[in-house]
Write a protein that binds this ligand. Structure first.
Ligand SMILES: NC(=O)c1ccc[n+]([C@@H]2O[C@H](COP(=O)([O-])OP(=O)(O)OC[C@H]3O[C@@H](n4cnc5c(N)ncnc54)[C@H](OP(=O)(O)O)[C@@H]3O)[C@@H](O)[C@H]2O)c1
Length: 244
């Protein structure tokens, strides 16, 4: 049975993804800062079909500890087939309003933290000459959103990192999938359920798992209706955001 390791598994999309893969019988590595939440998720995943589940504390902002922490979990599981760099944060930030600290925090977690995680997973996969890296980016990598400049920039950066990594790692038999969710109802932002085409985390997790198992290079989640709108992503008028 396959093994999947997920960062940011303690809540939201990562938690739903862990439960989805548990139902599919996977062995799981569950990572995040909140160990209590991970411990109860571990029990839930085992109860709903996971063949094994181990947890590990991981703060992706502490970049130097990311590789050793991940290696500990990889060793605990033996071999790992799929690694999901899902941990991430969001916050409204304003351009030109002295908010560099908040902007830098978003870049640190979503870009540096994700790269540190992907690097550690890639090292493990290069050694075993196979593997599958999944990054959780966002539609915000392609759509310019006011008060989200730092978040959009972070997701554009990680999507491009994943694209380049895909080319570089292909010779090691390592697949790379870039998942781009739209709005998913989690605690990442207040009132996210009121945004267009918002879906529950369980639905997002199902579509993500399907894309991952099919080895897709990129997947917009939910596919419908966002894929239809993709040609217009660069032309969304300001009035659209004002209405939101
Ligand atoms: N919800 C959406 O609409 C949406 C849309 C597009 C993309 N995404 C992306 O999906 C991913 C998951 O978001 P979500 O909506 O599920 O958010 P969430 O409910 O707030 O969950 C975020 C997860 O990331 C973990 N995390 C945050 N900072 C971390 C850090 N420094 N080190 C390790 N783990 C950290 C959290 O765990 P701990 O606090 O326990 O560490 C938590 O498990 C993010 O990358 C986000 O950008 C979300």
């Amino acid at each position: 049975m396959k093994t999947i390791v997920i960062t940011g598994a303690s809540a939201g999309i990562g938690r739903a993804l862990a439960l989805e893969f548990a139902r599919r019988g996977y062995r799981l590595g569950l990572l995040g800062r909140r160990v209590d939440a991970l411990a109860s998720l571990q029990q839930e995943t085992l109860a709903c079909g996971a063949t094994a589940a181990i947890t590990g504390q991981l703060d992706v902002d502490a970049a130097e500890s990311v590789a050793p922490q991940l290696q500990r979990v990889f060793q605990g599981l033996g071999t790992v087939d799929i690694f999901v760099a899902n941990a991430g944060i969001n916050a409204f930030t304003n351009v030109g309003k002295d908010e560099l600290v908040a902007e830098a925090r978003i870049i640190q977690t979503n870009v540096v933290g994700a790269i540190a995680s992907i690097d550690a997973a890639a090292a493990h996969f290069i050694e075993q000459n196979r593997g599958h890296i999944v990054g959780v980016s966002s539609l915000a990598s392609m759509i310019a959103v006011p008060k989200q400049a730092a978040y959009c920039a972070s997701k554009a950066a990680i999507s491009m990192y994943l694209r380049s990594a895909r080319v570089e790692l292909a010779r090691h038999n390592i697949r790379v999938t870039d998942i781009q969710p739209g709005f998913v109802v989690t605690d990442i932002m207040p009132n996210i359920g009121k945004y267009p085409f918002a879906i529950p985390a369980t639905k997002a997790a199902f579509e993500m798992a399907e894309a991952i198992e099919k080895g897709r290079e990129e997947a917009i989640v939910p596919g419908f209706p966002w894929r239809l709108f993709k040609p217009f992503f660069r032309h969304i008028p300001n009035s659209f955001w004002k209405r939101l």
